[in-house]
Write a protein that binds this ligand. Structure first.
Ligand code: 4G1
Length: 246
């Protein structure tokens, strides 16, 4: 998969290719990552990428032309046609299903805004979709782009070794994760649930599923709203709720 990022801070975005799953994906050639800086596409002495907003008001707006030229070069860098995504607070909320869809594409161009945002004509002329990572104020779209890069990279074939794929599987079920424990067995008087020490795999799987269902019901009931639990899961959740009541 190829991802091109249009950003004023390529050094920030390129950090993903330096470590972890994303770093390995780039190293293995599973993910091809390139950054394009609009500042390299300015023609004035001051390399101006922003200007004052029409209508007045605080802050600055990213100019169309430098962005447009950067996107043009990004598009031309590969023959594969890209989906152009503007990471934006006005975008649809990213979730695992959306990430899976993006990760299945051969190519993405991600645009990261700065200042108060980008000139709307750029969105009209170049952007296919707008996506948001959440409802809070950020200084730029780069961290959002890096979230997309990380979440997509994990889904690319060969990116995860067996040791990493467990977490993937748990969230792929649309549930929250179960609690995790490792040595020491007792820490400040707090032990580990006995079932995890017994080595009885079926019992351990049952306990983990029950915890995932129970925690999802308690903390994120919205994730269960559109979900019909099968009989086994319903029974586990009932058991979890009964144990809470005890
Ligand atoms: C709730 C709200 C309302 C109004 C503005 C902002 C805000 O944060 N504006 C600043 C910018 N925010 C983002 O880019 C951004 C922010 C959050 C999630 C995102 N997912 O993708 C990109 C995202 C836009 C231009 C420069 C950064 C946030």
């Amino acid at each position: 998969m190829r991802i091109d990022v249009v950003t004023l801070f390529p050094d920030l975005v390129n950090c993903v290719s330096g470590c972890g799953v994303t770093g390995r994906a780039v190293e293995r050639g599973i993910l091809d990552l390139h950054c394009w800086n609009p500042r390299d596409y300015t023609e004035d002495r001051h390399r101006t990428v922003d200007d004052r907003p029409y209508g007045g008001g605080p802050g600055m707006v990213m100019k169309v032309e430098p962005l447009r030229r950067a996107i043009h070069d990004a598009r031309q860098a590969d023959t594969v046609p890209p989906l152009v995504v503007y990471m934006s607070p006005q975008g649809r909320r990213l979730d695992q299903d959306a990430v899976q869809r993006l990760a299945d594409l051969p190519r993405l161009i991600l645009i990261a805004g700065r200042y108060e945002g980008i000139d709307e004509r750029l969105v009209e002329l170049e952007v296919d979709e707008e996506w948001s990572i959440g409802d809070y104020v950020l200084s730029g779209g780069e961290l959002a782009a890096m979230v997309v890069i990380d979440a997509c990279a994990r889904l690319l074939p060969g990116a995860l070794g067996d040791e990493d794929s467990a977490q993937q599987d748990s969230f792929m079920t649309g549930l929250l994760d179960c609690p995790h424990y490792t040595r020491p067995e007792v820490y400040e008087g707090r032990g580990v649930p006995q079932v995890l020490l017994g080595g009885h795999h079926a019992e351990i799987e049952r306990w983990r599923r029950k915890q995932a269902l129970g925690r999802t019901w308690q903390r994120r009931p919205d994730l269960l709203e559109h979900r019909v639990l099968d009989e086994a899961d319903q029974r586990l959740l009932d058991e979890y709720r009964r144990e809470l009541a005890d």
